[in-house]
Design a protein around this ligand. Structure first.
Ligand code: BGC
Length: 373
């Protein structure tokens, strides 16, 4: 149903290694030169891959997970790469892209800061024959060559369902539910909201829940989230549940709730399953998070980028409709997983966080209770 809204033709499509080599990587069919490529040279030496990450404050994932896994994949393949972080600066984002191309990047993978500057980067790159992969965030109207992400409506749906479960467990009666949404310039934030509103709106409409304040957090900035939630709480002190779109926003809400000694009483959601988010779940201050196996996302993007750098034209089985252009963008969409107290151990078992960093100090006992080995 939600896939229809999004226009996903193949959610959770694995890349399945089904890369169709159109470039000359087969030494013995040198006669079959691909059109428009300086084939033999491209085959001999893959081009350089440039990756631009968005910032390091909106979520710990970009520097601790995405960078690490992308680097590992590029190193294992022996390709040249350059990974930079735009630190939430849209001008810097574009300058980095220009410099990467000047310095020989033949493929870019970008996590845009908004669709406008993302599109500017894609347009320029395309004009120079450099394909661009939209990594995690779709650039609306951008026309990237590929899009690699998770099923983001599903992420939101898991958050909505998680909050409902926690409110049910607490036997909340007509709870007032607040929404702390992600950045209005991030298409993912729109998709997450689509997902959780599909769960919450029917409850508001039926009167089972009461709709509380509902606001977006510019740039996913946790400090702004703190201020916004503080105001929400002042205007509506009876907030009984918080749909926070990621762990950093959730933590901002928890910090405010703590001052009122309401942490743990008012369920809060999240996403990203980083150390702090998982610790908030273990402490009982956060009702759930969503784990996205970033290694799989990074591996899929790296595999595409490496193929493109070799002059190949990889095929993927899924696609997503760009709601601005109506065009299908070839896509790889992975499956997110809901995490509660009992499943925190799954994230550790997957190697996304280590027991050492998670189970420090006061958390040692909680880790034991949660069955973390
Ligand atoms: C990502 C989330 C992340 C958020 C803030 C979104 O586009 O999908 O994982 O928490 O941006 O960086």
């Amino acid at each position: 149903m939600r896939k229809g809204i999004l226009g996903l033709t193949a959610a959770a499509a694995a890349l399945s290694l089904g890369l169709t080599a159109c470039g000359g990587d087969g030494g013995d069919n040198s006669g079959a030169a691909p059109s428009g490529a300086a084939s033999s040279e491209a085959a001999a030496k893959p081009g350089k891959i440039g990756v631009i990450l968005p910032d390091s404050k909106s979520s710990p994932r970009w520097e601790t997970a995405d960078r690490k896994y992308l680097e590992e994949a590029f190193k294992a393949a022996g390709v040249e790469y350059d990974i930079q972080n735009a630190q939430n600066d849209k001008t810097a984002f574009q300058t980095i892209a220009d410099q990467m191309i000047t310095n020989g990047a033949t493929v870019l993978a970008i996590v845009n800061l908004d669709s406008g500057t993302g599109k500017a980067v894609i347009d320029k790159a395309k004009a120079q024959g450099v394909p661009v992969i939209d990594y995690d965030r779709l650039t609306l109207g951008g026309g990237a060559s590929y899009y690699v992400s998770f099923d983001n409506v599903k992420v939101g749906q898991l958050q909505g369902e998680g909050l409902v479960q926690c409110l049910t467990d607490k036997k909340a009666d007509k709870p007032i539910v607040a929404e702390l949404n992600g950045s209005p310039t991030d298409n993912n934030a729109t998709l997450f909201k689509q997902g959780y509103d599909s769960v919450l709106k029917p409850k508001f409409d039926s009167g089972e829940y009461v709709k509380g304040p509902d606001q977006s957090v510019p740039d996913w900035d946790p400090r702004k989230a703190g201020t916004i939630f503080e105001q929400m709480f002042t205007s509506e002190p009876k907030i009984a549940g918080v749909l926070a779109a990621n762990d950093n926003l959730g933590n901002a809400a928890i910090t405010v709730l703590k001052k009122q000694k309401l942490n743990g009483k008012v369920p809060v959601t999240g996403q990203d399953a980083g150390v702090q988010g998982l610790q908030n779940v273990l402490a009982g201050d956060q009702c759930m998070t969503v784990y996205k196996a970033v290694k799989k996302e990074a591996d899929a993007a790296a595999e595409l980028a490496i193929a493109l750098a070799k002059g190949e034209k990889p095929t993927v089985s899924g696609s997503v409709k760009d709601t601005e252009t109506g065009q299908d963008v070839p896509s790889v969409l992975l499956d997110p997983q809901s995490i509660t107290f009992d499943s925190v151990k799954d994230v550790v078992a997957d190697g996304y966080v280590t027991k050492e960093e998670l189970c420090k100090g006061d958390f040692a006992d909680k880790c034991t209770k949660a069955g973390i080995q």
